[in-house]
Write a protein that binds this ligand. Sequence first.
Ligand SMILES: [Zn+2]
Length: 292
Amino acid sequence: MTDYMVRASSAAGEVRAFAATTATTVECARAFHNTSPVVTAALGRLLTGGAMMGYMLQGDDKLTLQIRSDGPVEGLTVTADAEGHVKGYAHEPKVILPIRESDGKLDVGGIVGRGTLQVIKDQGLKDPYIGETELVNGEIAEDLTYYFAASEQVPSAVGLGVLMNKDNTVRAAGGFIVQMLPGATEKSISTVEENIKKIRSVTDIIKTGKTPEDLINMVLEGLDPVIYEPKEVSFKCNCSRDRVSKVLLSLGEKDLKSLIDDGEDTELKCQFCGKAYKFTVAEMEELLKSAY
Ligand SMILES: [Zn+2]
């Protein structure tokens, strides 16, 4: 089934919500990067959160979520646009930790550890907006919740889940973001809080085949949700030979020269999708000439 997300608001307009199902997108990331199950869960949660946060953007704006942490995965990077396109990678994709004893779940917080979450919004202005918060527990959803409250001053609740098949491919993925807008009444706030409490595990809900609309109806139950148009979500990388050649140039004249002197082809892989680009010695010489 195609991944998609919806946005919605309470009838009174003081609560807004986003919900997404992202199994195909997360499986795409898993296949590109050959991630271990626990890394697939971590990256999948961040991709899902990123897709919905992308839906909050306007026009050509771009969003980057950057986690840098002291756990074995070391970091995760996701970018998204307003059109449902996401991409991302884990710095150490193959990390494995035992299933967490306390709840029998993949230990996402364990591989992420402590660190920071940076949210970079490129709105086409000279300087991008950058918000940075400490990670709460590395479980991604709580980290995003804290980011919204601390950096954007928007009280929010975020739920994200990724469920694996026995063969470590992705069975289900998805999540929601609910946000209190100015003017939200105590009654609306407590209604949402009660709804969220009832949900407990997003993974348990999405594995039963629930849609983004179902998720919205759960988180905004009792608030007469109005659901707006759905938007397709997909893993899409916009890398090109031209972009990758810029990476090669960014090595600097000296290093590029030494690659040429080695007399062998150089292969560079796109970080986001793993696609390999090969440059022959003649092509590197051409590149060098064009730039220096
Ligand atoms: Zn790529």
